[in-house]
Structures are given as structure tokens and as C-alpha cells.
Design a binder for this molecule. Structure first.
Ligand code: NAD
Length: 251
């Protein structure tokens, strides 16, 4: 308990899956949480549960991460409520499955706007608050898809690769302000995003057996890695690509 005491954390895509577990875990560890999602009803429910258990430590906000205007509103309201943001988890994302032949410019732009631009503009929005606070940790959720090929995920892999590169650049530019920037690269994680692709049990079973640990990751498996990077326990860690993948990259 208390691993994030005194931190103010903004977590995007917190209405479902990994983001919702991170919001809960961060609140349990003492952070004030600004939980945002384009699916407002979902994130409101997550925040209600947090506040019932831990007191008024979280707020829910409607937020489209591809909109710079939304970012400004969310950050201003969050700072008004809890003070300068010192942790950002850029978690919101969308998946798109298209072969080379199928990728349209429209879909490419949509995926890049949400997954890559959304994270970049998020960093740019919160960094002034972190500079003011004299400390900051940014965790950008990328994917194994930035490190290995994933067939039919063309626009998605490009967006996740952009996140990995942007993370390194930001870590270099912001280190002098005591702001750390790291990316997290999950393997398969059992959330809506995963079950949309591996819907039937047979496909899931096959996928599971590809992993040395013989199971699909849970949102908690990823959230604990994100918690470490958000906390001062990782105070000398910046610019890394932290893989959490049940060992699949090792084989
Ligand atoms: N599930 C996996 O296997 C897996 C693997 C590697 C990386 N990831 C990444 O992990 C992150 C979290 O995904 P998840 O697995 O929890 O999936 P999820 O679908 O459960 O959650 C994604 C969340 O992002 C929100 N969202 C979508 N578009 C948005 C927008 N424009 N603005 C704000 N919020 C938006 C959704 O409403 C949803 O709550 C994503 O960045 C995803 O790419 C997932």
C-alpha cells in the first residue's frame, strides 16, 4: 500500500481492460486518479467503485485522446481537482486488422490519430504540469506488435512502433526536468481487444500454448509493471521498452 502516495495520475482508456485495473490499483496505492475514456459510462462505473472503496480519490472524464481540445479540458479539470499531474498512463488504444491490400488511408489515419498522435499530444499537454511539480513519470502503452511482426495488423503495428520511438525521444528531451518516459509492451492480454480477435475457445487455447508460461496475460499482469514504472521505485529507469509477455519473445 502507498506505493503512489502523493501522486496525481491521469490514465486514459480507463473504462475497460488494462486501464480500469490500473485506475483501481493506482488508487489503492495512494494516488489521486483522473480516469478518462471515450466510453464515459464505463469509466464512471470504474470511478464509482474506486471512490466507494477508497474515498473521493478519483474523477471520471469523457475524453477522446485524438482531440487536443479534449486533452486540455481533461488536464485543466484534473489539476483543478487534485493539483499538478505527476503520472500519465497513455493507455487508450484501438486495434485494426487489415492486410496490406485492405488498409485504407482513412483507417490508417484513424488508428494513427488515436494510438500515436493521442499519446504524443497527451505528453505535450501534461509535461508543463510535471515541470511545475519538478517530477513526472509517463508510461506509454505500446505492444509486442512494435517489436515483432503481427500479420494483418498493419496500421496498428505502425502506431505502436511510433509510440516506442516517441518514448525514447521524449525520455531524452525530458530527463533534465526529472521527467521519465517509458513504454510497456504487452503480449496477449485477456481484454475486449483480445477477445475480439480470439473469440472462440479453440483459437484461445492454441494461442495460450504458444506462451512459455502457458497462459494469456491478465490486465493485472500488465498493471503491476505500469505501477512500478509510475512509482519512484523506478526513479533511475527512463527510455526503456518494458516487455510483459509471458516469455514469448524469448523463444
Ligand atoms: N489486449 C491485448 O492483447 C493488448 C496487447 C498489447 C497492447 N495492448 C494495448 O493495451 C492498451 C489497452 O487495451 P486493452 O487491452 O485494455 O483493450 P480494451 O479494448 O479493453 O480497452 C481500450 C480502452 O480504450 C478506450 N478508447 C478507445 N478509443 C479511444 C479514444 N479515441 N479516446 C479515449 N479512449 C479510447 C476504449 O473505450 C477502452 O476503454 C491499448 O493501447 C492496446 O493497444 C493490448
Amino acid at each position: 500500500m502507498g506505493r503512489l502516495a502523493g501522486k496525481v495520475a491521469l490514465i486514459t482508456g480507463a473504462g475497460n481492460g488494462q486501464g480500469s485495473v490500473e485506475a483501481y490499483l493506482f488508487a489503492r496505492e495512494g494516488a489521486k486518479v483522473i480516469a478518462t475514456d471515450i466510453a464515459y459510462e464505463n469509466v464512471k462505473e470504474v470511478v464509482n467503485k474506486i471512490n466507494r472503496e477508497f474515498g473521493e480519490v478519483a474523477i471520471a472524464m469523457m475524453h477522446d485522446v485524438s482531440s487536443e481540445e479534449d486533452w486540455k479540458k481533461v488536464a485543466e479539470k484534473g489539476v483543478d481537482k487534485f493539483g499538478p499531474i505527476t503520472v500519465l498512463v497513455n493507455n487508450a488504444g484501438v486495434l485494426s486488422m487489415d492486410t496490406y491490400e485492405e488498409v485504407s488511408h482513412k483507417n490508417w489515419s484513424k488508428v494513427m490519430d488515436i494510438n500515436a498522435w493521442g499519446q504524443f499530444v497527451g505528453m505535450r499537454t501534461v509535461v508543463p504540469y510535471m515541470k511545475k511539480a519538478g517530477v513526472g513519470s509517463i508510461v506509454n502503452i505500446s505492444s509486442l506488435a512494435s517489436l515483432v511482426s503481427v500479420r494483418q495488423f498493419n496500421a496498428y503495428t505502425a502506431s505502436k512502433g511510433a509510440i516506442e520511438s516517441l518514448t525514447k525521444t521524449a525520455a531524452t528531451e525530458l530527463g533534465g526536468y526529472n521527467i521519465r518516459v517509458n513504454s510497456v509492451h504487452p503480449g496477449s492480454v485477456k481484454t475486449n481487444m483480445f477477445t475480439a480477435v480470439y473469440a472462440d475457445e479453440a483459437a484461445m487455447e492454441k494461442r495460450k500454448n504458444n506462451y512459455p508460461l502457458k497462459r494469456i496475460g491478465t490486465p493485472e499482469d500488465i498493471a503491476y509493471g505500469v505501477l512500478y514504472l509510475a512509482s519512484d521505485e523506478s526513479s533511475y529507469v527512463t527510455g526503456i521498452a518494458h516487455v510483459i509477455d509471458g516469455g514469448i519473445m524469448a523463444q
